[in-house]
Design a protein around this ligand. Structure first.
Ligand code: PA5
Length: 413
């Protein structure tokens, strides 16, 4: 991956070059010594997957039932690479009845595998949807419903684990230490992806390679980007705009928003509520939308561009129309058009003094997405070190849950 920074960011990084190196060393000591859950648990067990798959009926659709970290990773990867999947994946991460109706109307239950995923085994949305689809499967498949379900949950704890053990259902587990938003490179993401025909080995090898390079100290980008962004946040740049010029990375944005928000939006040791708000904009589409706010609105944002060098598709405009709005487009290549649109946006923002960061991938391949995922994990956890907060908990989401459980009549609330 290649980085580039606006003048403002480059000046900042030059000024603090020694500090960036020192903080990087500190972080690497911890990473190399005991590691973090996301670096200690990468990869699933393909042998196990094959065993389970050999017992499943013929299917054309996979329904993943989960929410937050148990769904967003699979959604991101499926949306990036839909074309190479052999089976259709549908993610059910809402309790809206309209969405459930849409799913039911669009699947043939006899040809569907359902994968309920919940680390805690008690998340209400996942529990409700799991019960709903078990009910529907029983209506169609009678006692054979069990053959159509593979559960993924904590290896020891929770009611879902109890349910799968008591009913001897197909299941996979995940380690206690691995929180939902850090789990896409474990069974949580890998099993549904593998079942769908996705080359998970390429994704894993990209992530592992990136992690190793960081561990060896040869890669500095997460530390430079993390430090520059931290300094800007301290200077009231409270919003981080993720701005891919790659349409397929739109759902990467959704995944990143969860990772960044739940990991970094916290009450710090002094009791202050802190965190930088992440948002997604997609180029070139949003050049005709939110960009106005980036140029002329409050100067409280850091713009983080993501781009690819090779788009692997060449389309040239062969139609010629000699009007001034069309003529200059003759013979132009679309990859080139997008890049010029990107450069125009970037240069304009830089001229206006808006701080920008850029990460360029050679191409959007499964391997490179693995790298980007690992980069995102390291960037997030490194940022939490700079902010001195715990990136692995999310106490703030509990309050609303307690009220909801009480109103729904759950025992103990
Ligand atoms: O990142 C997290 O830990 C959360 O977003 C969880 O993934 C989400 O709340 C779902 O939890 P569970 O997998 O326990 O159902």
């Amino acid at each position: 991956m290649k980085t580039s920074y606006s003048k403002k960011v480059s000046i900042l990084l030059t000024k603090y070059a020694a500090k960036v190196q020192e903080l990087k060393k500190e972080f690497l000591l911890e990473l190399n010594d005991k590691g973090f859950p996301f670096s200690n648990y990468i990869g699933g067990n393909i042998g196990n997957y094959k065993k389970i798959i050999s017992k499943l009926p013929i299917f054309d659709t996979i329904v993943v039932i989960g929410i937050g970290g148990s769904a967003l990773g699979t959604k991101m990867i499926y949306n990036c690479f839909k074309k190479i999947f052999k089976k259709r994946i549908i993610i059910v991460d809402t309790t809206e009845p309209e969405r459930l109706a849409e799913v039911i109307e669009n699947i043939d239950i006899k040809k569907t595998i359902f994968i309920p995923i919940s680390k805690s085994g008690s998340t209400m949305e996942t529990a409700a949807n799991t019960l709903f689809f078990i009910g529907k499967a029983k209506e169609t498949l009678k006692d054979n419903w069990k053959d159509h379900f593979v559960f993924i949950t904590d290896q020891k704890k929770g009611d879902l684990r109890r349910f799968v053990e008591e009913n001897r259902l197909f299941n996979l587990s995940l380690p206690e230490e691995l929180g939902g938003r850090y789990s896409v490179l474990s069974n949580v993401g890998l099993f549904p992806l593998y079942l769908g025909g996705f080359p998970i080995d390429e994704l894993i090898s990209g992530a592992k390679e990136y992690l190793n390079d960081v561990k060896q100290g040869t890669l500095t980008e997460p530390f430079e980007i993390g430090f520059a962004n931290y300094k800007l946040y301290k200077r009231r740049h409270n919003i981080l705009i993720l701005f891919p010029y790659v349409y397929r990375l739109k759902t990467y944005g959704e995944w990143f928003i969860q990772l960044w928000s739940e990991s970094l939006g916290k009450i710090n040791k002094e009791g202050r509520k802190i965190g930088q708000t992440p948002m997604i904009a997609v180029g070139p589409t949003d050049q005709h939308s939110i960009i106005q706010l980036f140029t002329d609105g409050p100067q409280d944002k850091v713009i983080f561009f993501l781009n690819v060098r090779d788009r692997n598709v060449n389309f040239t405009i062969s139609e010629k129309l000699n009007y001034s709005s069309f003529g200059y487009l003759y013979n132009k290549d679309f990859g080139n058009i997008v890049n010029i649109e990107f450069e125009g946006t970037q240069e304009n923002l830089n001229n206006l003094g808006v701080p920008t960061l850029e990460l360029e991938l050679k191409e959007l391949s499964p391997e490179n997405l693995g790298r980007l995922i690992m980069f995102s994990y390291i960037l997030t956890v490194y940022s939490s070190h700079l902010l001195d907060i715990d990136p692995f908990d999310q106490p703030g989401v509990e309050g609303g849950k307690r009220i909801m459980y009480r109103r729904l009549g759950k025992r103990g609330y």
